[in-house]
Design a protein around this ligand. Structure first.
Ligand SMILES: [Mg+2]
Length: 317
């Protein structure tokens, strides 16, 4: 038994049953039928058959119109159509192929011809389906690889390479649209001490916990990346310095309030953050990725010098 689903469309009952008998002899068991164009469209949409045998001459809506409608729909377009007609004129042939039919059979139906053309159309359809599913698999795989290549494994946030790519794209956008862009560079305080006291595994746990915290609490269009060892960068699009300061303060608070479970005790950490922005007033020569990072870095060092666990804005230095 063959599993392909075949739809027969003809306004004549005797022709429908003749074709059905030929197909059953060929061991096709999923045979559907429709008696008009509109009914055919309905069945196709519902059943998505593998092949349509379509009468050209029908009242109400002819085979050409059915073809055109099926071609216009992305989902039904790949279904092969064999049109059937009493007359064989080159104009009919040409028009059939123009509206998307893949083959043409002349009536009266010849059983051998119908079986051969049906088998060959279905073979093409199976090849097409296999290609599409391979293509979909590759697309998914690519998405997964893309995700892996831009993600920092330990923290789950973006990696430094992705940060620099994204930053340079946003700088380019800024030069065109002049929408404010803010950068926060944040560094876990006394991280070396955590590593020295509890070991690197606990250090990794703190980093991983922080990454999770940031991913869950930022706007989806902001970028958070692991910028260095225990440094994170937050790139906030369409965000002015004052708004970025609010975000930075929220991050600072989130980290300082977190209780990181390291088994025998709960660990508390703090974070220092430096914030810098580009605005339409920024001199054009200062609109570079490097310079924005330097300014945020300077603010970060001011936060460290000022006693850690704080947010410093570039202007306030
Ligand atoms: Mg007819």
């Amino acid at each position: 038994m063959k599993s392909d689903k075949i739809l027969i469309v003809d306004d004549r009952a005797d022709i429908r049953s003749l074709i059905e008998n030929i197909l059953r002899d060929q061991e096709y068991e999923h045979i559907l039928s429709a008696t008009s164009g509109p009914e055919a469209l309905e069945v196709v949409e519902r059943e998505l058959p593998d092949l349509i045998l379509l009468d050209l001459t029908m009242p109400q809506m002819d085979g050409y119109q059915v073809c055109e409608q099926l071609q216009a729909n992305e989902e039904t377009r790949p279904i092969p159509i064999i049109v059937m007609s009493e007359k064989r004129s080159s104009q009919d042939l040409q028009r059939s192929f123009e509206v998307g039919a893949m083959d043409y059979i002349t009536k009266p139906i010849d059983a051998i011809e119908l079986s051969a053309r049906t088998a060959s159309a279905l073979k093409l359809k199976r090849t097409y389906d296999a290609l599409i599913s391979a293509y979909n698999e590759i697309t998914l795989l690519n998405q997964h690889l893309e995700e892996l290549s831009t993600t920092d494994e330990l923290t789950g946030v973006k990696n430094a390479r992705c940060f620099w790519d994204y930053l340079s794209r946003e700088i380019q956008k800024f030069t065109r649209f002049q929408l404010p862009l803010s950068l926060i560079i944040a560094d876990l305080d006394d991280f070396k001490k955590i590593n020295d006291t509890y070991g690197h595994l606990v250090g990794d746990q703190v980093l991983s916990y922080s990454g999770q915290l940031f991913r869950q609490n930022l706007r989806s269009y902001d970028l958070v990346a692991r910028y260095g060892g225990e440094e994170f960068a937050f790139l906030l699009v369409n965000t002015e310095l004052a708004q970025a300061a609010v975000v930075a303060e929220k991050v600072r608070q989130m980290v300082s309030e977190a209780q990181i479970d390291i088994g025998h005790e709960k660990l508390q950490c703090t974070m220092s953050l430096g914030v810098a922005s580009l605005t339409p007033d920024t001199p054009p020569e200062n609109v570079t990725a490097q310079f924005l990072v330097e300014r945020a870095d300077r603010a970060l060092y001011a936060a460290k010098r000022g006693g850690k666990n704080r947010v410093i804005l570039e202007d306030a230095q």
